[in-house]
Design a protein around this ligand. Structure first.
Ligand SMILES: Cc1ncc(COP(=O)(O)O)c(C=O)c1O
Length: 387
């Protein structure tokens, strides 16, 4: 039996909030959390290599849990450092071929802490127009002047860099865009940063483990690693766990230890999280076959959707949008697919531009050919039912 709840104390501005929520409902922008029905095939997870279910990661997390307990107790700068986290940072630095690395409790926390540590008022931060919210929020928190260039467009970036800009200049891009599944021309963007004396930060959240010969990400894939000053990654997607990291020079990491507020004023990641991340790194370097399998399955789905005239934008990866336009249409599609046993999340404004609501499909090595084909058939039958 659910125990009786204490009546909550109403907010003084509850009426305003109710109006705000009603406005969201009216625009088909109201969000809720939901549990998926058991047995449904989900195309929503960023666990691209299915490592969250890998026995080696589970055993490593368990071992760390048994040895160190459930929590790390305090901030790294107080007493939260451990052999485990030092080892993880050494291994991340080795994996990324960088002198040093620093781990954060989440990817979002990494972005919003690192950007304000690097730049401040009087400086310039230059963002791709479609960058992830965590990078935008980090830029806003820094209080530097924010400028944006056209998505994945070096000419548009150059126009900005050519201006006489005061202070430090930091250019930031996703390496694999989380809602579009495309990779920007990282070599050209990085070269422009080098030419105009700007620092180049690349968020490899969705590419880590999936792109590049060794799984180091899109910069490896594009041959642009030597142009990147600040390489960000997350442990929460293809690494199958939770956390974020920065890899780069020793002075960069020293600066972050001293200035990144989301590193200083937070409890260090939990031991189980660190143990699993170490095990994931071991798998990454050695498992080209997993990356190949993900790339092959993704190409298969992209081709099938394109052949049936679905708009998948410029996706070239395991993130595949099916762009439908109005919010109401994308929501209808989601519910129709769920009724057939497939869950495809909807991305709406402000995550994507207002008129470009979409199903955002994430592929993983766990998806079977039958599931992928079944999803495409369900999409076609939903579209036919609308005609
Ligand atoms: C590009 C990008 N960066 C950062 C993050 C945040 O990572 P995390 O989920 O670990 O907080 C995400 C999350 O989806 C992302 O898509």
């Amino acid at each position: 039996m659910i125990p009786e709840q204490k009546a909550s104390t109403p907010l003084p501005f509850a009426d305003d909030i109710l109006k705000e929520l009603d406005d969201l409902r009216e625009q088909d922008l109201f969000r809720t959390t939901r549990q998926l029905p058991s047995g449904c095939v989900s195309f929503a997870s960023n666990d691209y290599l299915n490592l969250s279910q890998n026995p080696e990661l589970i055993a490593a997390a368990d071992k760390a849990l048994q040895k160190y307990g459930t929590g790390s107790g305090s901030s790294r700068l107080i007493a939260g450092s451990s052999q485990l986290i030092d080892e993880l940072e050494t291994e991340i630095a080795r994996f990324k071929k960088c002198p040093a690395s620093l781990v954060f409790p989440s990817g979002y926390q990494t972005a919003i802490s690192v950007i304000p540590a690097l730049i401040g008022p009087g400086d310039q931060v230059i963002l791709d127009k479609l960058n992830h919210a965590s990078l935008i929020d980090g830029a806003r928190l820094s209080r530097a002047r924010i400028r944006t260039y056209r998505h994945a467009d070096p000419r548009s970036l150059q126009k900005i860099l050519k201006k006489k800009l005061s202070g430090r200049r930091l250019v930031i891009t996703d390496s694999l865009f989380s809602m579009d599944g495309d990779v920007p021309p990282l070599r050209e963007l990085g070269q422009l940063c080098a030419d105009y004396d700007a620092a180049f930060m690349v968020d490899e959240a969705h590419a880590t483990g999936c792109l590049g010969e060794s799984g180091r990400g899109a910069a490896e894939h594009c041959g642009a690693e030597n142009l990147v000053h600040i390489s960000m990654g997350t442990i929460s997607k293809a690494m199958g766990g939770m956390g974020g990291f920065i890899a780069g020079s020793k002075i960069l990491i020293e600066l972050l230890i001293n200035k990144a507020r989301g590193f200083i004023y937070t409890t260090a990641p939990a031991p189980a999280q660190l143990g699993a991340a170490l095990a994931a790194l071991k798998i990454f370097s050695s498992q080209k076959a997993l990356r190949r399998e993900l790339a092959d399955k993704s190409a298969f789905l992209r081709e099938k959707l394109k052949a049936r005239n679905f708009d998948i934008g410029s996706s070239c990866s395991h993130i595949i949008p099916v762009i439908l336009g109005p919010n109401s249409v994308a929501l209808q599609a989601r519910e129709a697919l769920l009724a057939k046993g497939y869950y495809c999340p909807v991305a709406r404004y402000p995550t994507v531009p207002a008129d470009k609501a979409r199903l955002r499909l994430s592929l993983s090595t766990a998806h079977t050919q039958e599931e992928i084909t079944g999803l495409v058939e369900a999409l076609i039958s939903w579209r036919d039912s609308r005609d």
